[in-house]
Design a protein around this ligand. Structure first.
Ligand code: GTP
Length: 436
């Protein structure tokens, strides 16, 4: 896990709140000091930390918790929301044909990241092509070629050439069949005029849909100046922070990007080619704070409900997404057979046979299919049109029929949950009876 130290200090500070009987000024101040300490250790900018904790204190002491939420849940939510603010927004990476150019200083991890991106798109069903536009570092050609072979991606490079612009031109011609063409460029020790000239010329040739700046996380809050300089020089669409696994300064690197008025697109979390994550601010911050666990703990402190009951309750809302289906498949064994749950409903309830007919093998296939979907598709499955179905089937190594079957299953579950919501017995009561 990346940012281990920051994560565990933040989790501990928030957990303390859960254990408190009452949320008063002293508790809030203590929380703010704990958070300050954790963020400063992770190299987050001092002023930013001050601003953040002032806001948390102010809101925690002055805002009324929304109806139905306890004050400790409310404070935890405030910490989450304010943390979200300081990491900036998500960079949209569309699942469509596109050309991507990677820029960055020497050793930042560009070449590795190029291959990781190719692997990422390949998994999503979009055929990648890698072009070595780095004629400056002698080993770059062999490195990218070897990495492309490892992931079975098309590769173009010219070992003896010193003309990066021509190589990239040739590469784009040769790799017309690739859906996502990724151009690796040379780095230098600093942002000097040679590098800027070359980047500008490649930029003109490629006319990339996305220009990503690759930065090593170990420079911490220094990311801000670097991102600003590259942005001024050629304009960038997002930052890829690499080597987050090997530094205690990751917090600084993450927060500095939004200060530089750009956003994070991906995170590099290890040397392996599958160690690349799409950056999704909300899930990232929830994981960092251990929100899932903490929210559960906070709720349990309020009323002793079982975990299974919570899961069912969230599904009862009727706005079940594919993510819920995924979680549901994960916890279905704990929940008990669906038909048994259904039989608890007074007045009877006929669950379609299909719902009871999901075998373990099928669940496994559904989960593999969902791994090839984007976050957006998981949240809004209605947006999955036939070309997306095709892409997802390819990426997951399954068939269009299986993807459509999963979409049908989701629709059916949604209908079932809606009907249950309209039932006469409150779900909580029913679940209590069922769980004993
Ligand atoms: N631990 C870890 N190592 C990484 C990560 N990304 C890249 N590396 C390592 O960082 C080193 C440099 O990466 P390269 O991809 O060669 O860097 P580059 O930016 O292409 O270098 P130049 O071509 O010289 O500009 C390699 O040893 C990579 O394995 C990451 O996310 N985590």
């Amino acid at each position: 896990m990346v940012l281990d130290k920051l994560g565990s200090s933040l989790k501990n500070s928030v957990r303390k709140i859960v254990k408190k009987g009452r949320i008063d000024k002293e508790t809030v101040n203590e929380l703010a000091t704990d958070i300050q300490r954790a963020l400063l250790k992770s190299d987050v900018d001092v002023e930013l930390v001050q601003e953040l904790t002032d806001k948390i204190k102010d809101r925690a002491l002055n805002e009324e918790p929304p109806k139905g939420a306890s004050s400790r849940e409310h404070v935890i939510r405030i910490v989450y929301e304010e943390m979200l603010e300081i990491v900036g927004e998500e960079t949209e990476v569309p699942m469509e044909e596109q050309d991507i150019m990677l820029v960055g200083l020497q050793g930042s991890g560009k070449t590795t990241t190029a291959a990781k991106l190719a692997n990422y798109f390949q998994k999503k069903g979009l055929k990648p092509g890698l072009i070595c536009g780095d004629t400056f570092r002698p080993g770059a050609y062999n490195q990218l070629k070897e990495l492309s072979q490892r992931i079975d991606s098309v590769f173009y490079g010219e070992k003896e050439s010193e003309d990066a612009i021509q190589v990239v031109k040739n590469g784009l011609n040769e790799l017309k069949d690739s859906k996502v063409r990724i151009v690796d460029t040379a780095g230098r020790h600093s942002l000097e005029s040679d590098l800027i000239d070359e980047m500008e010329q490649i930029n003109e040739v490629v006319e990339p849909d996305k220009k990503f700046l690759v930065i090593d996380a170990s420079i911490g809050k220094g990311v801000k100046d670097q991102a600003n300089s590259f942005n001024e020089a050629i304009g960038i669409d997002g930052v890829i922070i690499t080597k987050l696994d090997g530094t205690a300064k990751g917090g600084g690197a993450l927060t500095a990007v939004s200060e530089a008025e750009t956003n994070i697109a991906f995170l590099g979390t290890g040397e392996k080619l599958n160690e690349l994550e799409e950056f999704e601010p909300d899930s990232f911050i929830s994981r960092l704070l251990g929100m899932g666990d903490i929210e559960k703990l906070a709720q349990r402190a309020e009323e002793r409900l079982s975990e299974e009951e919570m899961d069912m309750e969230s599904m009862m809302k009727g706005d079940i997404t594919l993510k819920d289906v995924y979680n549901q498949l994960e916890s279905i064994n704990k929940l008990g057979p669906l038909n048994q749950i259904m039989s608890m409903i007074p007045g009877g309830f006929n669950l379609p046979d299909d719902a009871l007919d999901v075998t373990k093998e099928k669940m496994q296939i559904y989960k593999i299919i969902m791994d090839s979907m984007t976050e957006e598709e998981m949240k809004n499955p209605q947006k999955i049109n036939s070309s997306r179905v095709e892409r997802i089937a390819k990426g997951s190594g399954t068939t269009r029929e299986s993807v459509n079957e999963l979409l049908k299953y989701h629709k059916m579950m949604k209908k079932v949950m809606k009907q249950m919501k309209g039932g006469r017995t409150p779900m909580k009561k029913m679940m209590k009876k069922f769980m004993g």
